[in-house]
Design a binder for this molecule. Structure first.
Ligand code: SF4
Length: 707
């Protein structure tokens, strides 16, 4: 596909988990400047031609001067071949001296499925350790764990068309107008077409999303599981449950019923700090509407109680049978373009490929046998935060960081920096020349970027789409899968002799037959025989994709047979708790709520290169409620220091009536490259959910001080 003839090439947006189709319009064949314009792909089922401001400006992020185009060992520029030989030699030396647990990969939801697959195969099947985790741990691992607890498998049982088909749409812990804008546009349109569609927004802040809502419930940050335990009790008390559905398709209802029994309206009101009348109104809407979607993202997941919060939501859908039918279901939305692909290939340290279990001996042997690999990881490896802690302790002596920026994004910031400083060998492969993590690299490997890479991604509704490369690689950059396979081959392993992405993808698709054999829904065997031509022409489709559903299947649990042994879904008894905030309460304490803004992305490594994306917000800020600002005598743009015993940041004030009293809102994007003291992870200790190990990156507490 590189240097295609003039015309249009369909690819996928490189930003969020909506996974919008993008048409690249090429005016003439030739060098890399021939990619002229882009627009939303009209036939892609995620967006039908729509794009948000980030997606519309993607072409402006590809400036050659911002790219890492050579390999480096230390400060010396070397060939990529020399650099991968060095990495292979060092990895072999370290693992021979210290064992397989002494090396690690920290990967990313920005990788394509093919990249992810070979990285996971190398670490778990050949090096023989589960020391591979992904930055997706930070955004959705609680949702993964909750689906697994409820359904026996990490399966999202919803589709984007549910947005158009529901009667009531709950947004929970999600400012989707800014974070998943095209889905918000679909919601706006659905409201125009069906004025009876009600929107309920559960969010501590007033946001662009809550403006659309018929009912906004500004609950205490992190109190969601109390709210949904209360809903379950309300449904039971008011005989709004579907007892037939529960009896036929669910386990464990009695324990969930017991756990929610104390959650009276009074208790929910006190716990969530909400008006009883508002709570009742929301509960009635859920109870009386046949088709309800609960749409949730980081506000639910990024918490030490994240998994329970997800399960408290899922419980209400199971109890009413509002699941596995058009317009209904608990819908977790991912933040990155291929977080879902990473879930499918087993990119988390506690998974095997194809939704198989790392601690299940049958699953281990089946994957090992499929790969014909010398070994297989037999226990969960360290999650992201644990991995960097092991690096700091000297237990992991070499880490390869791929396409992510942990020096900014991980909590426990100061210890992450110490870990990177003290690690004997840090390898960073990336497509950008500068980011905070690259500053610690002993070896830099130049990776191809968007419009150069070829492969697949899976979006939040399980839809696999192609990303298509239309540009030549910049400088000496190689595809991530090539860099990984080069190192694997040079380490002396067979099993990495791939020539093109389709070879990797079809192997992965074949491996999904093992998942199917073990009773799992993840099945893309229908794509296991694709030729290169068919792979290049692949149209977006939702798994499962197999003989029964050659064009994919939108309702994965249409027969209500879940992936548990009994084929029944599990209710989970949720002990609702407020999140641990980490620091001692004082009179001057504020809850710091972190989040994203409309025009920036992650740690700004891409959006930071686009001037247009600074038009509406060109500097970092801290939002504070108008009453708090008055009490503290603060004015707009005045600098304040936000501090706790862990660290501090300094930001200009933005007075915002949408932020609750006693709370602050700080965007996650700015870091040292763009502002001297704005990195919000300076305030976040390493508090994680005990089930998912997802860090609590949503709330912490801190004091403020005028400067
Ligand atoms: Fe890209 Fe997400 Fe915007 Fe779609 S909604 S254009 S995937 S950033």
């Amino acid at each position: 596909l590189v240097n295609p003839a003039a015309g249009t090439v369909a690819t996928t947006c490189a930003y969020c988990g909506v996974g919008c189709g993008v048409d690249i319009n090429i005016s003439k064949q030739g060098d890399s400047r021939d990619v002229d314009t882009l627009n939303g792909c009209r036939s892609h089922p995620a967006n039908y031609g729509r794009l948000c401001v980030k997606g519309s400006n993607l072409l402006n992020t590809l400036e050659p001067e911002q790219r890492l185009i050579h390999a480096y060992i230390g400060n010396e520029q070397v060939s990529v071949d020399k650099a991968t030989s060095f990495v292979a030699e060092q990895f072999n030396k370290i693992r021979q001296e210290h064992g397989p647990e002494s090396v690690a990969f920290y990967v990313s939801g920005q990788l394509l499925t093919e990249d992810y697959y070979v990285a996971n195969k190398l670490m778990k099947g050949y090096i023989g350790s589960a020391n591979i985790d992904t930055n997706s741990r930070l955004c959705m691992s609680s949702a993964v764990a909750a689906y697994k607890r409820a359904f026996g498998e990490d399966v999202v049982p919803c589709n984007y068309t549910d947005i158009e088909q529901c009667d009531v749409f709950f947004t929970i812990g999600s400012n989707m107008a800014w974070t998943h804008p095209v889905l918000f546009q679909r919601l706006e349109r659905a409201r125009e077409v069906n004025p009876n569609l009600k929107v309920v927004s559960i969010d501590p802040r007033k946001t662009a999303t809550t403006q659309l809502a018929d009912l906004h419930l500004p609950l205490t940050p992190g109190s969601d599981s109390g709210f949904f335990n209360g809903l379950l009790r309300y449904l039971i008390d008011n005989k709004k449950i579907d007892q037939n559905y529960i009896d036929q398709h669910c386990n464990n209802f009695a324990s969930a019923m017991k756990a929610c029994s104390s959650w009276t309206l009074d208790k929910v009101s006190a716990f969530c700090q909400l008006e009883k009348s508002d709570i009742t109104q929301a509960y009635q809407l859920f109870a009386d509407s046949p088709k309800v979607v609960s749409f949730y993202s980081m506000g639910i997941n990024q918490s030490n109680t994240g998994v329970d919060k997800c399960n408290a939501i899922i419980n209400c859908h199971l109890a009413t049978g509002k699941i596995n039918k058009p317009g209904a279901g608990p819908f977790s939305i991912t933040g990155q373009p291929n977080a879902m692909g990473g879930r499918e290939i087993g990119g988390l340290a506690n998974q095997l490929t194809g939704h198989l279990d790392i601690d299940n001996v049958d699953h281990q042997q089946a994957v090992k046998s499929f790969w014909q690999s010398p070994t297989i990881a037999t226990k969960a490896g360290p999650s992201a935060v644990e991995m960097f802690s092991k690096i700091q302790q000297g237990k992991i002596k070499a880490v390869w960081i791929m396409a992510t920026n942990p020096a900014v994004s991980l909590p426990d910031h100061q210890n992450i920096i110490k870990a990177l400083e003290s690690c004997p060998l840090v390898i960073v492969s990336d497509c950008v020349e500068k980011n905070d993590t690259l500053a610690f690299a002993d070896v830099k490997l130049p990776a191809t970027g968007w419009l150069e890479k070829d492969g697949t991604v899976t979006n939040s509704e399980r839809r696999i789409s192609r990303q298509r490369g239309v540009r030549k690689s910049s400088g000496n950059a190689k595809h991530d899968w090539q860099l990984i396979c080069d190192v694997a081959n040079k380490m002396g392993f067979t099993g990495f002799d791939y020539h093109q992405p389709v070879d990797i993808f079809t192997e992965f698709a074949k491996l999904s037959s093992v998942s199917k054999t073990h009773g799992l829904k993840f099945d893309i065997t229908g794509l296991s025989k694709l030729s290169e031509q068919e792979y290049n022409a692949l149209q977006p489709m939702q798994w499962p994709i197999n003989d029964q559903y050659p064009l994919g299947c939108s309702n994965v649990f249409h027969d209500h047979k879940f992936s548990t042994l009994s084929h029944k879904a599990n209710f989970i008894a949720v002990d609702a708790q407020l999140p641990l905030l980490g620091f001692k309460e004082t009179d001057n304490n504020f809850i710091v709520n972190s989040g994203r803004i409309r025009d920036q992305w992650h740690t700004m490594t891409r959006t930071g290169n686009t001037h247009k994306l600074f038009t509406t917000q060109d500097q970092p800020f801290v939002s504070i409620n108008i009453e708090d600002a008055k009490a503290k005598q603060l004015k707009n743009n005045q600098l304040i220091k936000i501090a706790n015993s862990y660290g501090s940041i300094t930001l200009p004030v933005k007075i915002d009536e949408g932020v609750g009293q006693g709370q602050l809102f700080v965007p996650i994007h700015w870091n040292k490259q763009y502002a001297s003291s704005a990195n919000v992870t300076n305030l976040y200790p390493a508090i994680v959910d005990k089930i998912s190990n997802q860090p609590q990156l949503k709330q912490t507490n801190a004091t403020i001080e005028t400067l």
